[in-house]
Design a protein around this ligand. Structure first.
Ligand code: 13P
Length: 252
């Protein structure tokens, strides 16, 4: 069986300030004890990237961006390139989060171009996808997420890593989570689609679950087949909760 080290990443969204440095320090300390067991990262807002990058240098807690532009540099007011994320020490960039697909009109083709840019910069794209509530109710979940995966995922070269994050839109920030059977079904389908696309390498790709992951549901969610970690929103803002999720993800 292919070993996939779990990845627990915190998406801070539009939250946090310079005062979050204390929380980051507590996360670094807790992550150190988990260094060999689980990979961890936080994705703070871009304005905190410099501060976070300095604090996280050499730490067992990695840095990630929440989005990037597909181009390297140029006249793109307000945007940030993947190369800029690499420059401040990031290892990951989230692309295609449902909040960006919905609020910023990002299509899977755009997400694919952004993910390619992240690979170009030598970082790992965390490609987010997931069905809406109406798609779930219409029984379209598996076809929607397979289609999003197919369109949003570039084919990386032999050495590069990509990560997929399955985040049902209706589970984000709502306190609702899919049943474990629904999670296993979705992740199983994504694994099949990855293997169709990448051959055996598809088995090495981590598929994270995201959507209302909390300390008290993390252990069961993370022990579901083909769940290789978590993308955590609200509960990643507090070191105690985020560390509890990371520990639960590896059965501690
Ligand atoms: P919540 O954990 O707050 O539901 O957010 C999930 C998410 O969108 C992570 O990207």
């Amino acid at each position: 069986m292919t070993e996939r080290k779990k990845l627990v990443a915190g998406n801070w969204k539009m939250n946090g300030s310079r005062a979050s440095a204390n929380e980051i320090r507590a996360m670094i300390e807790g992550a150190e004890a988990l260094r060999d067991r689980v990979e961890m990262a936080i994705c703070p807002p871009a304005v905190l990237a410099g501060l976070a990058g300095e604090l996280l240098s050499g730490a067992a807690l990695g840095l990630g961006g929440q989005d990037c532009h597909a181009e390297r540099a140029g006249a793109f007011t307000g945007d940030i390139s993947a190369e800029m994320w690499a420059d401040v020490g990031a290892r990951y960039v989230l692309v295609g989060h449902s909040e960006r697909r919905t609020a910023h009109g990002e299509t899977s083709d755009m997400v694919n171009a952004k993910a390619s840019a992240v690979l170009r910069a030598g970082l790992q794209p965390v490609i987010c996808l997931g069905e809406s509530l109406s798609e779930r109710k219409a029984g379209a979940t598996l076809s929607v997420i397979s289609d999003q995966l197919e369109r949003s995922t570039p084919i990386p070269d032999e050495t590069a890593g990509i990560v997929i994050a399955y985040e049902p839109v209706w589970a984000i920030g709502t306190g609702l989570t899919p049943t474990l059977d629904q999670v296993a079904e979705a992740h199983g389908r994504l694994r099949e689609a990855l293997c169709d696309r990448l051959g055996d390498r598809g088995r090495g790709v981590r598929i994270l679950y995201g959507g209302s992951v909390k300390p008290d549901n993390a252990a069961v969610l993370m022990s579901t087949p083909n769940v290789d970690g978590a993308l955590v929103g609200g509960a990643s803002l507090k070191a105690a909760d985020f560390l509890a999720i990371a520990r639960a993800s590896v059965g501690l």
